[in-house]
Design a binder for this molecule. Structure first.
Ligand SMILES: C[S@@+](CC[C@H](N)C(=O)[O-])C[C@H]1O[C@@H](n2cnc3c(N)ncnc32)[C@H](O)[C@@H]1O
Length: 239
């Protein structure tokens, strides 16, 4: 499933880093779960996952109960979904899964991704989500689900396209929230391109964007993981 900002290309490395840092039995919380690329590679309970997009959370919860999304979505059905004519789970499936570039109702995707492929990808992923506790929440104001969590944050990146289904994101408030969580005994790992000076980059992952360059290649960029304070970089060879 294409998803704006989704970590399909780097999920393995990110999950490897999470598994290296997480203590045995430590609760894991992913507050920007999106399409769940990283979540699908994290094992061991308890696991909590949330997102500010309520419809998306309804979709994951419904998939946990055995829901099968449709294999075909017509352009007419896409328009009905956009105008609020379907339930939340189906709206999320259509809003992301059938939209150009996985952007919330960013235009009906013709050709490159079929609803059938999206359905398959979601059903494959949700097999790993049987025991995940999903809930809808705004990370900037909500409470952690339990104490001493390992929290992996993949927020909307600073200065990038917003997520139509949720309010505009404040990166400044976000970093303050991460500092607060660390003060309260949680361990927080953040995906971003850059971070304030009191954070250390613990892993760099060269990757390619969805954007095409002039010679029809894909634009290169470096994804990074950060932690508050001084930390030794993680060796990617570990996973
Ligand atoms: C970069 S995407 C996450 C992608 C995900 N890691 C993946 O691989 O599929 C960012 C997510 O943050 C969510 N979001 C935006 N603002 C939020 C907020 N204030 N609190 C929680 N989630 C938010 C969006 O709905 C979106 O799903």
């Amino acid at each position: 499933m294409r998803y704006l900002g989704g970590k399909s290309r780097t999920a393995r490395q990110i999950a490897g880093c999470i598994n290296t840092i997480r203590q045995p039995g430590q609760p894991y919380w992913e507050p920007f779960v999106g399409a769940g690329w990283v979540l699908a590679r994290v094992r061991g309970e308890p696991i909590f996952a949330s997102d500010a997009n309520q419809a998306l959370i309804f979709m994951w919860q419904r998939l946990q109960r055995g829901w099968e999304p449709p294999a075909v979505v017509t352009e007419e059905q896409y328009a009905i979904a956009r105008s609020g004519g379907y339930d939340a789970a189906l709206t999320a499936f259509v809003g992301f899964g059938c939209s150009f570039g996985g952007k919330w109702f960013g235009g009906y995707a013709r050709g490159n991704t079929s609803p059938k492929m999206v359905k398959r990808s979601l059903l494959d992923k949700s097999k790993w989500f049987e025991n995940v506790h999903f809930f809808a929440a705004d990370f900037l104001t909500c409470y952690p689900p339990t104490s001493s969590c390992l929290i992996y944050c993949d927020p909307p990146y600073d200065d990038t396209t917003g997520y139509g289904a949720v309010p505009k994101f404040s990166t400044i408030k976000f970093w303050d929230r991460v500092r607060l969580m660390e003060t309260c005994g949680h361990t927080v790992i953040v995906s971003e391109y850059q971070a304030p000076d009191d954070f250390t980059c613990i892993l760099e992952m060269p990757t390619k964007t969805e954007m095409r360059t002039v010679d029809n290649g894909r634009e290169a960029r470096t994804e990074r993981l950060f932690r508050l304070g001084e930390h030794t970089p993680i060796q990617p060879g570990l996973f």
